[in-house]
Design a protein around this ligand. Structure first.
Ligand code: AHM
Ligand code: MG
Length: 335
């Protein structure tokens, strides 16, 4: 029974009893969770709040920004800049890092986020989310974009909030994965899952099938075998889901297993993939591994990739361990 554990209590216990987090990190996570509540309110208002549609501007990746992308980005910055727990922030929606202004105290953490993931789903009322990753600013030097370029295995916390039929916050501080559901009457996060585990096997895959003709042979081989079902080499039928919100697809995988792939493809051969390493793939890989799953780029563990750029892209294969290992093995065999 987990329903009498609030996020605050969970964090205090992680700090006091398990020594897993510092008071500053506890504050940081509480503030991010509070910001997610504000974003959820905006998301829920939809058309009534005038938050749907595009702004007509583009982010650093050349993608058209939706109003909610920008609102969510502002909410996260305003909530986090004054608390004294951060040195700087980085976001999908900002070209450069945001250093905490000098009028506020500076802390030892670095926060990265995709403020509103699954933007193409905003206007059609399908689940979207906020993804975040926390690193430490260790070198004592003045904070810069370089301070953020640490491999995912250095993350001290990561999580996401999914704005769906329920608003759910999913978190790891490196001690397993926990889920909290927003109780709107009380305005508090209530623990609803304390030991999230991803089954090692699955019969469900998630990939954008419309890109099939552009895939590399190992990805094509894996999906062909799934599609062949009972009569094929896998000897079982597979089911498919694609929400086009990574947060919602990963949430399903953390809840009932599955494999998620956004591989490299031939549309833009120079790009390693569509998703971003630092604030999409790394936090999700950390959560998935902490829940007993696996995450690779088809060749190596995502959490071991040394980043070279803040907005670097990466191919992503994550979820049920045995399936991720199979896809990764197919890539190695092909090489
Ligand atoms: P976004 O951060 O701009 O919303 O883009 C990331 C999203 C992921 O959530 C999702 O898995 C993917 O893009 C969907 O891409 P596609 O529309 O190509 O299927
Ligand atoms: Mg995104």
């Amino acid at each position: 029974m987990t329903h009498n554990v609030s996020l605050t209590r969970y964090l205090i216990e992680q700090q006091r009893d398990n020594g897993r987090i510092t008071p500053q990190l506890r504050l940081l996570i509480e503030i991010v969770a509070r910001a997610c509540k504000r974003i959820a309110i905006n998301v829920n208002k939809g058309e009534l709040g005038g938050v749907l549609g595009s702004l007509g501007t583009e982010n650093v990746q050349g993608e058209v920004q939706k109003k909610l992308d920008v609102i969510a980005n502002e909410v996260l910055i305003e909530a986090n800049e004054w608390g004294g727990h951060l040195a700087a922030m980085a976001s999908e929606e900002m070209d450069d890092i945001y250093t905490v202004p000098n009028r506020y105290p500076h802390g030892e953490y670095l926060l990265l986020f995709d403020p509103l993931d699954g933007s193409s789903n905003i206007d059609v009322n399908v689940s979207i989310g906020t993804i975040f990753s926390v690193l430490q600013h260790r070198d004592g030097q003045e904070v810069s974009a370089k301070s953020f370029l640490q491999p995912g295995c250095e993350q001290v916390a990561a999580g996401y909030c999914v704005y769906g039929p329920q608003t759910t916050l999913v978190l790891t501080v490196g001690n397993g994965v926990v889920m909290f559901t927003l109780d709107r009457e009380q305005g508090s996060w209530v623990m609803t899952e304390d030991k999230v585990r991803i089954p090692e096997d699955t019969k469900e895959f998630a990939i954008n099938m419309s890109n099939m003709r552009h895939w590399a042979p190992p990805v094509k081989r894996y999906i062909d075998e799934c599609l062949a079902g009972k009569e094929g080499p896998r000897g079982k039928d597979f089911n498919m889901r694609w929400i086009a919100s990574m947060v919602a697809d990963v949430h399903r995988i953390l809840t009932r297993g599955g494999i998620f792939m956004y591989p490299w493809d031939k549309r833009e051969p120079g790009k390693p993939g569509k998703l971003r390493l630092m604030y999409e793939a790394n936090p999700m890989a950390f959560l998935v591994e902490q829940a007993g799953g696996a995450a690779t780029d088809g060749r190596q563990r995502i959490l071991d990739i040394p980043p070279t750029e803040l907005h670097q892209r990466v191919a992503v294969v994550l979820g049920s361990k045995n399936e991720v290992e199979r896809v990764t093995a197919y890539h190695h065999e092909a090489a």
